[in-house]
Design a protein around this ligand. Sequence first.
Ligand code: NAD
Ligand code: LMR
Length: 337
Amino acid sequence: MDRAPLTVTITGAGGQIGYALLFRIAAGDMLGDRPVRLRLLEIPQGMRSAEGAALELQDCAFPLLRDVEITDDPGTAFDGCSIALLVGSRPRGPGMERADLLAANAGIFGPQGAAIQAHAADDVRAVVVGNPANTNALIAAASAPDIPAGRFTALTRLDHNRAVGQLTAMLDAEAADIRDVAIWGNHSATQFPDVAHATVAGRPVMDALTERLGSEGAATAWLDEDFVPRVARRGAEIIEVRGSSSVASAANATIDHVRDWMLGRAPEDGWTSVALPSQGEYGVPEGLVCSFPATSDGSGYRVVEGLAMDERARARFEVSVAELAAERDAVAALGVL
Ligand code: NAD
Ligand code: LMR
């Protein structure tokens, strides 16, 4: 196994998710026993916070951490980068319209995509966490046309993990027993968390829900009225309860996403969910960064194709795909794509 250090660049490293990510990466949670170099990209206002995190990293004396560099220059941050975690983005401010938000983020993810193309390692892989994550990934990929589009992904692993968490609670099961949940569409309230193919300890989740809730009708009602909206709106629920958005769970999902992508995912663990540029799978317009169920053998994520989808599921998925297309059109209208 290659033991040469990998360069991991984290944008927005001085922010909340950055703080939750850095220590777990340096501890080896993301890449196993592979040594890492960390490159922390911030804007000038975030530099002190990133510097403070770097001091704490030093105080941990992590055996796998080779060095840490902090910069506000994307070219320096992505120099030699193999894994780019694009976390820093422009949050929606008071009175800000969606188009303003997309424009502000285009101004971040366009230049970062271009800097990745110009400076990163040939085999770079990027995941966008900063919202609106799918469309930010689309912008970054469009700004790096020489990099195969599938190397730009957006995070829906958090939604996937949330769906597993809801099922474990309802079925009194362990997370490791749940397989083949799927998140379809956008990382937004329109997403469709789908259990049609999911199993719990080898048994269809639908059968287990029917037994638990007394009838198939009750199981369907729970899925429609509780499970789907709860998973799709969990980010808002966390903001309401915690007073700020998900941090540790978002960092954890980012680590899960990269670990499975780089090291592979055991077939017995089933598939995961990842947003990646569509190649037309399931009729999704080519290029939209859409969440699909996917597998990984370590060489790249592959969409699980050919899954049956009933009419209701298809209608839900199409709502989310239409939202992605509208975001793409809004960005294109700004002249960014
Ligand atoms: P935060 O405000 O604590 O941190 C963001 C950091 O990004 C700040 O330090 C800021 O200075 C920095 N930043 C802003 N513009 C930058 C730029 N151009 N280059 C480099 N750094 C820049 O926010 P957070 O809690 O860490 O969340 C980060 C993002 O992740 C938000 O957009 C949030 O909505 C999103 N998020 C996504 C998911 C998901 O599942 N995809 C889940 C939770 C949060
Ligand atoms: C989440 O899913 O927790 C976040 O995307 C929510 C948000 O708006 O930051």
